[in-house]
Structures are given as structure tokens and as C-alpha cells.
Design a protein around this ligand. Structure first.
Ligand code: PMP
Length: 405
């Protein structure tokens, strides 16, 4: 038989396929609410002004070259990134208990974290990871790739379009001790539903009692509330409480550096000695996979994080993005309830947080929006709020109103 004949043809990635269909559509009022990338009010990708400035600084720096970075990445970047997520005064950092490695954005951090656990966690039985139902679709594939079987924990309650808090806690309580739970640090993808601080505290209580491991994925720090510290609250609380954990960090969304692939993995260990061992093995794993991470994006973020003036400008840019998204939530809610007098309750649009909103509409209603109105969204009814703007929010609200009556 011909070579590769037994290779099954894989389906295209559903979210990137949706974007391609949107691009090919010639309808003037088409709307893309699929992909999770920020757009400005004119539906254009937004290069953050602070990133433009940092790029100019790099261009004018004639001492820079294209040599390899260290295996674990640009040290000024990884140390500043650790402070950003764990807090500038984090005792864990001061005590040398954090192993930080630069990764290929958040995806690479998830992969390296999963690979590290797969090799070194000291599994009692089968390798399993508990993922929220639903979660970012890539999580399943990332863990399967390294021989860790994903299992679901209840998270979203379709009847309230909110958190299934009881189901979540029960799953933590009934999982075998030392289970690994993946937690979205903030702005849960795809639901936009986060636990409250009180709920996070209770989740930490159970995780400590059962000696579970927290695998935090933080892809939206600053994007949720517009405040970097606020959005890192859960991660920092878990470090304070000494829940065993790691955190994956992405600068794709909050710095608008999607294609530059800037991220980091931070493993918090019980001691500095433990952290050194961990870092040595992360370095060995990284060497065989990518040898050295890419330099350009890390240099940009390092400039922004390490310069107080640029850091303030970045915070302003983040508030611009988060603020526009929050405005769109308010406007969509207002149009649906006050102007169009849609009979459903749409309060979840206001209460959900971050880039995405779970509208609560059915797969058939999503399909109708695509086919009848050229409004592109995933079948689960998730919309990227960043795809809405002052020019198209009314068109979207009117069509959402139509399909839900
Ligand atoms: N985790 C979650 C939950 C995400 O939504 C994303 C982005 N879609 C990522 C990780 C990683 O994205 P990136 O690799 O572009 O940083």
C-alpha cells in the first residue's frame, strides 16, 4: 500500500475554519464573533501603543543581536513575568521557590507544564487531569499528547447560565487525593463565568484537604477586569495558602502579541531546593523540544514590565481593551432588554467576564445566526465580545432577538 494510506484525514480546527468561512463571506454586514482576538471599534487588530513604543526602542538598540537566548528564556523577562502574576512582593519569589521558564505563549506553557507533570508528578495511579466542562478545546489535546487522560469536572450550569459551584466542589471532594485540577485563573474560556473570591477560598480549602494539584491557566490577566492584580487574585491566593501549583501565563491577549508567542510557565515549589530541581528538569525538557525560546516578543514584554513608565502605559492600554469589552456587554444588554424588549433574561451578558460570553442559545439558534444573518460564532453559543463594536452591536442584537423569540 502507498505510504500514509492508513493515516485518517483529520477535520480542520473548528475555530480557524469558522474564521476562514467568515473571510470568504462577501455579505457587507457580516460579523465575526468566533476567534478570541481583540479588535478595536473599527473591527481592526490593535497594536498596543506601548508595544509600538517598545518596538521602536528595540529598533534603535544597536547592541542587540540574534544570538540564542538561554534554554529557559530571557532572564529579565521570566523574572518580571513571575512578579506580574504572583505579585511583586510575593514571598514565594523572595524565597526562591518559583521556577520560571519562557514558553511558546500560553499553549507552550500548558504543554511544558503537562509534560513535566507527566514525567515527574509521582502519580499514584493512572495519569489523569480534571478539566472544567466545558474548557478551551485545546486542553484535551495538550494533555493527551503527553499521556495524561482528561476527565471532566462540572463547571457550567446551563439552567442558571452560571457556575455549577456545588458540582465543582463535589468533584473536588470525590476525586482521589493528589488529583490534578486545571483551573482557569480568570475570564474562563469559553463561558466567561468565574468563581467569586469566597468560592475560590472554598475551592482552595478542598484542594488543600485533598492534597490536590492546581494547574492554573492564565491567558487573560488584565483582560477580565482591566486590572492586572485583580485578575491574578485566585493564583496569588492559592500561593498564599500553599496549595501545590503551577501557572501558565500568556501575553497573547493582554499585550496583543498573539503571533509573537510570548509566555511563561511558573512552577511554585515548597522549597528553593525543590525549585532548583524542577527548573533543571524543565530545562532538559525544553532543550529537546525547542532548544531556546524566541527572543523578539520576550524582549518587548521585558521592556514593558521592567520600565515603570512603559508599565503604566501598558496598564492604560489594558484598561482601553477591557473597558471597550465591558461597554459592549452593557450596550448589548441594553439593546436586548430595553429597546428590543426580548423576553429572555440577559443578565449573564453583564455578569460574565473577559473576552467571551456564553449566550445560552442553542446550536440551532447559533446555526441560524450564521446562515441567516452572516454572524459567525461557535455552535456552543459562545461569542467573542471583542468582535462587537459600535457599528455592528445593533445588527447583532436584532438578529439575536429574532432567533430567540
Ligand atoms: N488557555 C486558554 C484558556 C486560552 O483561551 C488560550 C488562548 N485561546 C490559551 C491558553 C493560549 O493561547 P496562546 O498560546 O495564544 O497564548
Amino acid at each position: 500500500a502507498e505510504l500514509w494510506q492508513s493515516v485518517p484525514l483529520a477535520p480542520p480546527d473548528s475555530i480557524f475554519k469558522l474564521t476562514a468561512t467568515y473571510k470568504a463571506d462577501t455579505f457587507p454586514q457580516k460579523v465575526n464573533l468566533g476567534v478570541g482576538a481583540y479588535r478595536d471599534d473599527d473591527n481592526k487588530p490593535w497594536v498596543l501603543p506601548v508595544i509600538k513604543k517598545a518596538t521602536q526602542i528595540l529598533l534603535n538598540d544597536d547592541k542587540l543581536d540574534h544570538e540564542y537566548l538561554p534554554i529557559t528564556g530571557l532572564p529579565e523577562f521570566t523574572s518580571a513575568a513571575a512578579k506580574l502574576i504572583l505579585g511583586a512582593n510575593s514571598p514565594a519569589i523572595a524565597e526562591g521557590r518559583v521556577s520560571s521558564v519562557q514558553t511558546i505563549s500560553g499553549t507552550g506553557a500548558n504543554h511544558l507544564g503537562a509534560l513535566f507533570l507527566s514525567r515527574f508528578y509521582g502519580w499514584d495511579a493512572e495519569k489523569k487531569v480534571y478539566l472544567s466542562n466545558p474548557t478551551w478545546a485545546n486542553h484535551q489535546a495538550i494533555f493527551r499528547n503527553v499521556g495524561i487522560e482528561p476527565v471532566d469536572y462540572p463547571y457550567y450550569d446551563p439552567t442558571t447560565i452560571g457556575l455549577d459551584y456545588k458540582g465543582f466542589i463535589k468533584s473536588l471532594e470525590t476525586a482521589p487525593p493528589r488529583s490534578v485540577f486545571l483551573l482557569h485563573a480568570c475570564a474562563h474560556n469559553p463561558t466567561g463565568v468565574d468563581p467569586t473570591q469566597e468560592q475560590w477560598k472554598a475551592i482552595a480549602d478542598v484542594m488543600l484537604a485533598k492534597n490536590h494539584y492546581a494547574f492554573f491557566d492564565c491567558a487573560y490577566q488584565g483582560f477580565a477586569s482591566g486590572d492586572l492584580d485583580n485578575d491574578a487574585w485566585a493564583v496569588r491566593h492559592f500561593v498564599d495558602r500553599a496549595v501545590p501549583m503551577l501557572v501558565c501565563q500568556s501575553f497573547a491577549k493582554n499585550a496583543g502579541l498573539y503571533g509573537e508567542r510570548v509566555g511563561a510557565l511558573h512552577v511554585v515549589a515548597p522549597s528553593a531546593e525543590g525549585a532548583n530541581r524542577v527548573k533543571s528538569q524543565l530545562s532538559v525538557l525544553q532543550r529537546s523540544e525547542i532548544s531556546n525560546p524566541p527572543s523578539h516578543g520576550a524582549r518587548l514584554v521585558s521592556l514593558v514590565l521592567n520600565d515603570p513608565g512603559l508599565f503604566e502605559e501598558w496598564k492604560r492600554d489594558i484598561r482601553t481593551m477591557a473597558g471597550r469589552i465591558i461597554e459592549m456587554r452593557k450596550e448589548l444588554h441594553r439593546l436586548l432588554t430595553e429597546e428590543l424588549k426580548n423576553p429572555r433574561n440577559w443578565d449573564h451578558i453583564l455578569n460574565q467576564i473577559g473576552m467571551f460570553s456564553f449566550t445560552g442559545i442553542s446550536p440551532d439558534q447559533s446555526k441560524a445566526l450564521i446562515e441567516k444573518a452572516h454572524i459567525y460564532l461557535t455552535a456552543n453559543g459562545r461569542i467573542s465580545m471583542a468582535g462587537l463594536n459600535s457599528h455592528n452591536v445593533r445588527y447583532f442584537a436584532e438578529n439575536l432577538d429574532k432567533v430567540t423569540r
